[in-house]
Design a protein around this ligand. Structure first.
Ligand code: SAM
Length: 283
């Protein structure tokens, strides 16, 4: 057993390595050890003296090295929790964020029969809405075929029916009756903003993160296109950067939205804005 290692010793060495580079070393090591061994935290903590199998130790070391280099835990595990469900995630999709749960919560306040999500990524928003409103018809678009494959897989795994996943540029693949609700978490980081060097965003698709016009280009396209795709009094909710609230509210007002509101995230930052489309003034 000279090369063998116990669960407790593997845990200790993992935390020692990651703590040099990351703040959440213990939590990360827990996730990676569970993935490598198939044993949950309680089971491992109850028996730290148990030996790891050679395969599990090799798997753990490989995951640890990738995490040390900065790869997000969600990509290493291939999944991430969102609201009350788990999603498959690959490097083709943005890792769903807790901030986006506020967007879903805002959208769910007013029931809608026809829903459009723009830029669905992993499918997290469309799936959350379809789970809450099983009778609703939900369309979800993305320009990335790889992202739509992941979103379709997630809907199938979760047994969510009734979502049409459509590939194309924002509203381009959408036709047919207007919607009661449009929702989007588009890319909103400005092209000029510094590259994130510490966090998960380094590994996420650039097209999911970056937008021109100081990060406002996609938000403006989505808001400007909404009146042509919403029923009168239909609602639009978008997620945005924490400094973009004023610009987003101005844009919503300029395109005929009323009852405009902004919601804060858990850090107290303006994060989600939306409004209700007014009746056209010339009718
Ligand atoms: C910030 S991610 C949001 C993903 C997911 N909705 C979420 O909240 O986690 C933005 C998504 O918009 C998609 N996207 C970027 N540009 C697009 C475009 N021109 N048309 C459609 N989708 C686009 C990206 O592929 C990405 O999946």
């Amino acid at each position: 057993m000279s090369d063998g290692i116990t669960l407790g010793e593997a845990q200790r060495r993992g935390v020692e390595l990651l703590a040099a580079a990351r703040s959440d070393a213990e939590i990360d090591v827990d996730w990676l050890l569970t993935a490598a061994t198939g044993l949950n935290n309680a089971r491992r903590r109850a028996h730290p003296e148990d030996w790891m199998t050679e395969t599990a130790w090799r798997r753990f070391r490989a995951l640890l090295q990738r995490r040390y280099r900065g790869e997000p835990v969600a990509y290493l595990l291939g999944r991430r929790g969102f609201l009350d469900f788990d999603l498959v995630v690959t490097p083709a999709v943005l890792i769903p964020r807790p901030e986006t749960e506020h967007l879903v919560e805002a959208a769910l306040e007013t029931p809608a029969a026809r829903v459009l999500e723009l830029g669905t990524g992993s499918g997290c928003i469309a799936i959350a809405l379809a789970r809450a409103w099983p009778a609703a018809s939900v369309d979800a678009t993305d320009c990335s075929a790889e992202a739509l494959t992941v979103a379709t897989q997630n809907a199938a795994i979760l047994g969510v029916e009734g979502i049409r996943f459509l590939r194309g540029d924002w509203y381009e693949p959408v036709s047919g009756p207007r919607y009661n609700l449009i929702v989007a978490n588009p890319p909103y980081i400005g092209e000029q903003e510094p590259e994130p060097d510490q966090d998960d965003a380094r590994f996420e698709p650039r097209i999911a993160l970056r937008a021109e016009e100081d990060g406002l280009a996609a938000l403006r396209t989505i808001i400007a296109g909404a009146p042509d795709h919403l029923e009168p009094t239909g609602r639009l909710w978008v997620e945005h950067g924490f400094r973009q609230g004023p610009a987003v509210r101005d844009c919503l007002a300029a395109h005929g939205f009323e009852a405009i509101e902004t919601r804060l995230d858990l850090a107290g930052h303006e994060r989600v804005s939306g409004g209700r489309l007014g009746y056209p003034r010339d009718e």
